[in-house]
Ligand binder design. Structure first.
Ligand code: GRF
Length: 195
């Protein structure tokens, strides 16, 4: 059974997809803890599913490195096989990335390397793109620059709002995330080959 720690900053809908998948006794992974960098709305999912959670507030530490160290220490307590950044809106310091890699995944609402960064959906619309996508990547030291595990195209329709496109992407992100976890658990995906 693969032990997952999921880190969130927002609503945690991708996290919820993993929690729901884990309810199936056949699913070979379990979320053992949920972490956040703030008092994220998505922590309510932790409560609902009875999963322990922890918050390591970014502002409570003097440096990004100190914050990253505290975060890694929390994660280590859960003996996670895989850490998933799922709408986690903070860059981890390189020390934290190296402590966790390659078993550290991120989901991103674009077809990387297109539109990296925190405003991927807005950037795609601003460019007049007719398609974007969803990607699951291994985290490295850069911004959304790590090896791509899986990705899929998502169309943008004329007149689409940012929210409409993001919702369409998130449906794909959730499926890709669950499929990726499944692939890692059953050995079809080896993150060491990618990193
Ligand atoms: C996802 O699109 C994720 O890729 C992006 O933020 C969104 C998180 O959504 N970085 P949620 O918090 O899982 O609902």
């Amino acid at each position: 059974m693969l032990r997952l720690v999921v880190l969130i900053s927002g609503g945690g809908s991708n996290l919820r997809a993993l929690l729901e998948a884990s309810e199936d006794a056949e699913f070979p992974a379990r979320v053992v803890a949920i972490g956040a960098d703030r008092d994220a709305d998505g922590l309510a999912h932790a409560e609902e599913f009875g999963i322990p959670s922890f918050v390591v507030p970014f502002g409570a530490y003097p440096t990004r490195e100190a914050w990253g160290e505290a975060l890694v220490e929390q994660i280590r307590q859960w003996e996670a096989d895989l850490v998933i950044l799922s709408g986690f809106m903070r860059l981890l310091p390189p020390t934290a990335v190296h402590a966790l890699a390659p078993n550290l995944l991120n989901t991103h609402p674009a077809y990387l390397p297109e539109f990296p960064g925190a405003h991927a959906v807005r950037d795609a619309l601003a460019e007049g793109a007719t398609q974007t996508g969803a990607s699951v990547i291994v985290v490295d030291d850069g911004v959304d620059s790590g090896p791509i595990v899986v990705q899929e195209r998502v169309p943008i329709h004329p007149g689409d709002s940012e929210a409409a496109v993001h919702d369409r992407i998130k449906l794909v992100e959730r499926r890709l995330l669950v499929e990726t976890v499944l692939g890692i658990a059953n050995g079809d995906i080896d993150l060491r080959d990618l990193a």
